[in-house]
Design a protein around this ligand. Structure first.
Ligand code: FES
Length: 571
C-alpha cells in the first residue's frame, strides 16, 4: 500500500488547523515530527487489567509488540479496552463479551490506525477482540498471552480442571481446609491463563488455526521468554500486513472456519468454542451454522492428550510441538491453501512442524481418543440444538434414559441439591433451567453442576446433566449444554417436570423429552416466565437483543461489519 493511501493520513497527513491539532496533541507524549511521516500506525489493543489476572502481564507484552512495530518502520499506539477476567467478574464474563466487542470496534474505527494487534488472553477477551476487529476489517493480528506454567500439588501436576476435583474431595471430606488453600497457591504459580485446554487455550488455538496469529502462538507459556519474541515478531509482521493490505476478511474465509472446527476437534477444545466461532463468523459475514460443526469435526479424532479430556497441560503441548504439530497431523483434512497472517498458507506453516512427544500429541492413525469434537443434539427438548463434548463424557452414559430432577433456576439448584430427601439417584437426569443467554442473563458456566452430595458419598462420579447454560472449558462430565430455545424463551426445557423421562442418545444425536406433543402444548400454554428483565443499562440492551445460543449469542444489531470509514468527519 502506498504511504499516501494509509488510513491514518486522514488524520496525521492533513494540512491546516486539523492536521495541526491531530499532530500537536500527540507530540505532548514526546513524539518527534518525523514519526507522523507516512508510517503505518499500529494500534495495540490491550486488555491489561489487574482485575484480569490472566492478562496482568500484558504491559510487558505490549512493550514487546511496540518494539517490533518500531523495528519494521511502523508507529505504535497502545490503547485500552474493557477487560474480562473470568474469575472475578460477576455475574459472568460472557454477559460482557458483546459489550467489549463494541468497545473494540468503535475504538478502532474512530482512531487513526492502519492495523491492529489484539492482545488476548482470558477466555472472553479473545472472541470479544476478534469480533470487534472483524466489524471494522483492518489488517489485524492476534497475540495471545499464553498459559500459566503447570501447577504442582502433592507431587502431582495440576491445572484448573482440578478445581472441580478438589471441590468434590473437599465436600466429601477427603481434603482439609488447609490442603484446599495450599492447592490454590500450587495451581496458579505463574503469569498466564488457565493451563489446561479450557476456553482460553481453546481460543488461542482457534485464532491460530483460523490463521489470525503467527504459527506457534497458542501454546508458548506466558512466563517463557519466547512469548515476548512471539509478540515482537507479531509487531513486525503487522506493519507488513498493512503494506500488503492483508485484511481480516482475506484470512477469515469459510474454509478457515472449517479448519478451526477440525483443529478444535483434534485438541478437545471447549464447548464455548461453538458460541464464539459462530459469533465471529456472523461479524465477518461467513455463513456458518451450528449444524455445520458435527459433519466437519466428526471425521477428526482427538490427538491432543490434554486436560480436561486427557492428562497433560499446555506447557507439555508447547514442548511437544504446539499447535503446528497438531495441524501437521491434520494435513489430510485441512484446507491447506488458506492464507494466514504471516502471508503463508496453512499447509506451508504446518510443513516444517514436528512432534516431539507422542504421549501428548498422538497421530491421527493412533489417536488418543477416536471420539472428539463437539456434537450437536436435536430433538423435542432442543428444537434448535444443544451441544455435548463426547471426549469429556462418560462412555456408559452416552445412551441413557432417566427420570428428570428439575431445578427451576440456579438458586433453586443451590437450595435443594444437597438436601438428604431429594428424590435422586445415579440414573436420574439433572435438569437446570433459566441459565441461558436471556434467562440468567449472560449464560453462566454452571451447566456441569456438582452432583448431589449423597450421590458423591456413594461414589457416583458422573450423571447426565442438561441445561441452557454453558460449562467452563475446564469442566467435564456427560453434560448437555446450550439447549436452544432456552427456558426463558419458552422452549420445551421450560416445561420439563420432575419425573419426566428423558432419552439421551449421543451416537444418534438425539435429546428427547418423553412427553406427548399434546401434553407439551398444554404445558406451554400454562407456562409463565420466571425471568426478570432489566429496565435500564447494558443488561436491558443485552436482554432485548441477545440471540439464542445456536446463533452464537451475539447482539442482533452487531452482526456484520460497518467497515473502517468514519461516517461523519466534522474536522
Ligand atoms: Fe482466565 Fe481461566 S480464568 S483463562
Amino acid at each position: 500500500m502506498e504511504e499516501t493511501m494509509l488510513r491514518s493520513r486522514g488524520w496525521f497527513g492533513r494540512s491546516g488547523k486539523d492536521g495541526f491539532i491531530y499532530r500537536a496533541w500527540m507530540k505532548n507524549q514526546g513524539i518527534p515530527a518525523e514519526d507522523f511521516d507516512g508510517k503505518p500506525v499500529i494500534g495495540i489493543c490491550n486488555t491489561w487489567s489487574e482485575l484480569t489476572p490472566c492478562n496482568a502481564h500484558f504491559r510487558e507484552l505490549a512493550d514487546a509488540v511496540r518494539r517490533g512495530v518500531l523495528e519494521a518502520g511502523g508507529f505504535p499506539v497502545e490503547f485500552p479496552v474493557m477487560s474480562l477476567g473470568e474469575t472475578l467478574i460477576k455475574p459472568t464474563a460472557m454477559l460482557y463479551r458483546n459489550l467489549v466487542s463494541m468497545d473494540v470496534e468503535e475504538s478502532i474505527r474512530a482512531n487513526p490506525v492502519d492495523g491492529v494487534v489484539l492482545l488476548c488472553g482470558c477466555d472472553k477477551t479473545t472472541p470479544a477482540l476478534v469480533m470487534g476487529a472483524c466489524s471494522v476489517n483492518l489488517p489485524s493480528i492476534v497475540v495471545s498471552g499464553g498459559p500459566m506454567l503447570t501447577g504442582r500439588f502433592k507431587g502431582k501436576s495440576i491445572g484448573t480442571s482440578d478445581v472441580w476435583r478438589f471441590n468434590e474431595a473437599y465436600r466429601k471430606g477427603e481434603l482439609s481446609q488447609e490442603e484446599f488453600i495450599e492447592a490454590e497457591a500450587s495451581m496458579c504459580r505463574s503469569q498466564g491463563h488457565c493451563a489446561v485446554m479450557g476456553t482460553a487455550s481453546t481460543m488461542a488455538c482457534m485464532v491460530e488455526s483460523l490463521g489470525l496469529s503467527l504459527p506457534g502462538n497458542a501454546a508458548i507459556p506466558a512466563a517463557d521468554s519466547r512469548r515476548k519474541v512471539m509478540a515482537r515478531l507479531s509487531g513486525r509482521r503487522i506493519v507488513d500486513m498493512v503494506r500488503e493490505d492483508l485484511k481480516l476478511s482475506d484470512v477469515l474465509t469459510r474454509e478457515a472456519f472449517e479448519n478451526a472446527i477440525m483443529a478444535n476437534a483434534a485438541i478437545g477444545g471447549s464447548t464455548n468454542f461453538v458460541l464464539h466461532l459462530l459469533a465471529i463468523a456472523g461479524r465477518i459475514g461467513v455463513d456458518l451454522k451450528l449444524d455445520d460443526f458435527d459433519p466437519i469435526s466428526s471425521r477428526i479424532p482427538l490427538v491432543a492428550n490434554l486436560q480436561p479430556s486427557g492428562a497433560y497441560f499446555m506447557e507439555d503441548m508447547y514442548y511437544a510441538g504446539g499447535l503446528p504439530a497438531v495441524m501437521k497431523e491434520l494435513t489430510g483434512f485441512l484446507h491447506a491453501g488458506c492464507i494466514t497472517v504471516n502471508g503463508k498458507t496453512v499447509g506451508q506453516n504446518a510443513e516444517k512442524a514436528e512432534c516431539y512427544n507422542r504421549d501428548v500429541i498422538a497421530t491421527v492413525e493412533k489417536p488418543f481418543n477416536p471420539q472428539s469434537g463437539i456434537w450437536i443434539l436435536k430433538g423435542n427438548l432442543c428444537e434448535h440444538g444443544a451441544v455435548i463434548k463426547p471426549s469429556a463424557a462418560t462412555p456408559a452414559l452416552m445412551q441413557h434414559r432417566g427420570k428428570a430432577v428439575v431445578f427451576e433456576d440456579i438458586e433453586d439448584y443451590k437450595a435443594r441439591v444437597d438436601l438428604p430427601d431429594l428424590d435422586v439417584d445415579e440414573n436420574s437426569i439433572l435438569v437446570l433451567k433459566n441459565v441461558g443467554p436471556k434467562g440468567y442473563p449472560g449464560m453462566p458456566e454452571v451447566g456441569n453442576m456438582s452432583l448431589p452430595k449423597k450421590l458423591l458419598q456413594k461414589g457416583v462420579t458422573d450423571m447426565v446433566r442438561i441445561s441452557d447454560g454453558r460449562m467452563s472449558g475446564t469442566g467435564f462430565g456427560t453434560v448437555v449444554l446450550h439447549v436452544s430455545p432456552e427456558a426463558a424463551e419458552g422452549g420445551a426445557l421450560a416445561v420439563v417436570r420432575d419425573g419426566d423421562y428423558i432419552t439421551l442418545d449421543v451416537p444418534n444425536r438425539v435429546l428427547r423429552l418423553e412427553v406427548s406433543d399434546e401434553e407439551l402444548e398444554a404445558r406451554r400454554k400454562a407456562w409463565q416466565t420466571r425471568v426478570s428483565y432489566a429496565d435500564r443499562g447494558y443488561v436491558h440492551l443485552y436482554q432485548q437483543h441477545v440471540e439464542q445460543a445456536h446463533l452464537g449469542a451475539d447482539l442482533d444489531f452487531l452482526k456484520g461489519s460497518s467497515g473502517s470509514s468514519v461516517v461523519r468527519d466534522s474536522h
